[in-house]
Write a protein that binds this ligand. Structure first.
Ligand code: FAD
Length: 428
């Protein structure tokens, strides 16, 4: 596995015969849903096909960012920032959350105009950014040779540690009564009389009236097994971590093609926004919906081994286990030279010149056509829910998404309007 090592989580021993809710997928979204439900006294089981936190949730940059969110996500992200701020106290464990602020710099006037337009979304939110001169930008983030035409500092944005957060949240859910099973793929969701009746796993069947699909890039396959098409595109993105650095800035930095943030271990995580849409046969089914996403600068299209592996699944109506036979954990290989990216970034920021690439990895991101998630009931079956399609920014949103999903399940009035996240947008 090329992915970063993540805090191990213990599995519970005996699969229960029944549960109030089964959450499918042990990334940060599934863990947050399990935590919220367990805190409300719901008997919840979290099933993970591999180990907790081995896919996207441990491979991201760890930005907890409000800036540049789609307007529809802003209320949910504001809710999430509040939850992150109290997270370590609530869990009694460390997620590494720090409200460190982010410097955003634009190289062209067009990018600067776009950012200024976005800033209008902050009216009436109480959140304010600081506009930075070139010198002030350099002072905040270790050097001013970056050719910025416009820079801002967003003091309300922050970061947490992707290798710590989801495991800490899952363990805290267990403290409150949740049961966690790893190496326990869900292979089917069964229905009876228009309602969910059970969830079938590799280790046995759990009778339940409520199932939540929080399976990241695998959610589409589970939806297909229920004959519910979920428009999605798999996009590969890369990041790397550097060796530890003395006296580097605590603030994070982002521009159109890369992002940099300090890590708890003293190194930096650098993300390059050169991404790849990974085509699988199903992509052609939904491709037309992704016209605008595919036009994003830095997005390439890639047909790899997974295309051919999935070809037989698409036409042969393969089940989840057949798909798992091709590899249980999505572990794509970075496809361009990370040393060259570090050289490019270090040319602007001298503090990075003492660093080396310590580890590089890639992750498979599940993207929806609107690039906002689906947090919703799913289709017409009672008790069937989905929290997926976080489109490359679900780490920061996960606490709010967990609370929203728990509100939908328990019938509590949601703090955030769920309308933008409804699955029914695909049924119109
Ligand atoms: C390089 C990179 C940088 C990123 N940077 C950021 C960032 O800075 N900030 C941000 O907010 N977001 C970022 N993201 C996006 C973020 O990582 C994701 O949006 C988020 O982690 C999604 O969480 P998830 O729980 O939905 O999915 P995942 O973490 O992918 O978890 C899904 C889990 O479901 C499990 N599963 C799947 N099928 C089954 C099954 N049948 N049975 C049981 N289990 C199953 C999988 O094994 C997996 O563990 C980045 C992503 C990448 C790759």
């Amino acid at each position: 596995m090329t992915g970063p090592s993540t805090t191990p989580v213990r599995s519970d021993r005996e699969l229960p015969k029944s549960a109030d809710v089964v959450v499918i997928g042990g990334g940060i979204v599934g863990a947050c849903i399990a935590l919220e439900l367990a805190e409300r006294g719901v008997r919840v089981v979290l099933c993970e096909k591999g180990n907790i936190n081995e896919e996207q949730s441990s491979r991201n940059l760890g930005w907890v960012r409000l800036t540049n969110r789609a307007p529809a996500e802003i209320p949910l992200m504001i809710d999430s920032i509040g939850l992150w701020a109290d997270m370590d106290r609530r869990l009694g464990r460390a997620t590494g959350y720090v409200k460190c602020g982010i410097v955003f710099s634009d190289r062209t006037d067009a990018q600067a105009t776009q950012r200024q337009d976005w800033l209008l979304n902050l009216r009436n939110t109480g959140f304010r950014v600081e506009e930075l001169t070139k010198e002030a930008m350099g002072a905040r983030f270790g050097g001013s040779s970056f050719p910025a035409t416009y820079s801002i500092f967003s003091p309300f944005d922050g970061r947490a540690e992707p290798q710590l957060a989801a495991p800490a949240i899952a363990e805290a859910a267990r403290d409150r009564g949740a049961l966690i099973f790893q190496d326990c793929a869900v292979t089917a969701i069964e229905k009876s009389g228009g309602k969910v009746s059970s969830v079938v796993t590799e280790r046995g069947t759990i009778a339940t009236s409520t199932a939540v699909i929080a399976a990241g890039a695998w959610s589409g396959a589970l939806c297909e097994s229920l004959n519910i098409p979920l428009p999605h595109l798999d996009v590969l993105a890369t990041a790397f971590r550097t060796t530890a650095i003395n006296d580097g800035p605590d603030v994070s930095f982002g521009t159109g093609d890369f992002a940099v943030r300090r890590r708890l271990d003293g190194g930096y995580t650098v993300g390059s926004f050169r991404s790849r849409a990974e085509l699988v046969p199903n992509s052609f089914r939904y491709g037309w919906r992704f016209r605008s996403a595919l036009r994003t600068p830095n997005m390439g299209i890639h047909v790899g081994k997974r295309f051919y592996r999935e070809l037989k699944h698409t036409f042969g109506k393969a089940g989840i286990l057949d798909r798992l036979a091709g590899g249980r954990t999505l572990d794509p290989t970075p496809w361009f030279c990370q040393d060259a990216v570090l050289d490019e970034v270090a040319a602007y920021f001298p503090f990075l010149r003492q660093a080396r690439v310590a580890q590089a990895w890639a992750g498979c991101i599940d993207v929806t056509p609107e690039q906002i998630p689906v947090i919703s009931t799913l289709g017409k079956t009672l008790g069937l829910h989905i929290a997926s399609g976080f489109s490359g920014h679900g780490f920061g949103l996960a606490p709010g998404a967990g609370r929203l999903m728990a509100d939908l399940i328990t019938g509590r009035s949601p703090r955030v309007d769920p309308a933008p996240f409804q699955f029914s947008r695909y049924q119109r």
